[in-house]
Write a protein that binds this ligand. Structure first.
Ligand code: OAD
Length: 254
């Protein structure tokens, strides 16, 4: 359980920020019933990355890869945003320069109302043609095997970043820019182990940002953090947002 003192310190750091950034990972969606990747019950406990989440795996056995992604797509379409997603959407309203960088592919941030979202690892809603490269929005659509491009007939693939692939350049540039300019970065629900994404934390830190971590347990980011709050994102973030709103209303912070 996060203590009142921890919430107060995190709130102080965030409330005075001019360019706050949130960097989120799978833990933010845990309370929506979407499994994380690492740790017990994580996706990578039941599947091998090299079987389902690399370009080579798709070459070898696209049907198996699609089965894995169809299961995840269906789980995500059924899921609902939780209070952590909603708290982050509220922060965007409270801070004009707020930017949200996510490693998540579930689009729950957007469904909770966040508008300025940088998706580093793509998303599960869209698919991309392996032939002509066109992208199609298939939110909520069940894809029958084999999913083919309506334009050129080639096989479609999930529009996510696989291991061994480059991050989308525009998203990466925007994320770097936001991290470099940030004076406070909330690092929420990520093990901070997957690069280059996790490198944004050190980047922000180097440029003077105070790192505020929210996670169930210590991570690779903890040693860079001005404060780490150990608790569920869906419980901690609403408390921070409430404290900021209260302080603003009472004229304590601006
Ligand atoms: P991980 O599964 O590596 O880490 C999830 C983190 O969330 C862990 O540190 C947990 O302790 C924490 N956590 C779990 N439940 C939480 C909760 N309710 N509140 C707060 N924290 C909680 O997931 P990511 O760091 O997001 O990449 O993984 C990064 C990337 O690795 C993913 O984007 C994906 C994966 O392989 C690709 O697929 C390219």
């Amino acid at each position: 359980m996060a203590s009142g003192e921890e919430i107060r310190r995190a709130t102080e750091l965030l409330a005075r920020a001019r360019r706050p950034v949130a960097f989120t990972g799978a833990g933010v969606s845990a309370e929506s019933g979407i499994p994380t990747f690492r740790g017990s019950g994580g996706l990578w406990e039941n599947y091998r990355v090299e079987d389902v989440a690399t370009p080579e795996a798709f070459e070898r056995n696209p049907r198996l890869v699609w089965e894995f992604y169809n299961l995840r797509r269906e789980a995500v379409f059924r899921a609902e945003p939780n209070p952590a997603h909603r708290a982050l959407a509220r922060l965007e309203e409270l801070f004009p320069n707020f930017v949200l960088i996510t490693q998540n592919v579930d689009r729950l941030h957007q469904r909770a109302g966040s508008k300025k979202v940088i998706e580093l690892h793509g998303n599960l809603c869209e698919v991309r043609c392996t032939g002509c490269g066109r992208t199609f929005d298939k939110t909520g659509v069940r894809l029958e095997w084999p999913p083919r491009c309506a334009e050129c007939g080639e096989l479609l693939r999930p529009a996510v970043v696989w291991f061994g692939e480059a991050l989308p350049l525009d998203a990466w540039r925007a994320a770097e820019e936001a991290a470099n300019a940030s004076d406070c970065m909330l690092v929420i629900g990520t093990s901070a182990q997957v690069y280059p994404a996790a490198g944004l934390i050190a980047m922000a830190r180097r440029h003077g940002a105070a790192i505020v971590e929210v996670n169930l347990e210590p991570t690779a980011a903890s040693e860079m953090a001005a404060i780490s709050i150990y608790g569920k994102a869906a419980e901690v973030l609403p408390q921070i947002v409430e404290a900021i709103e209260w302080a603003r209303q009472s004229g304590e912070m601006r």
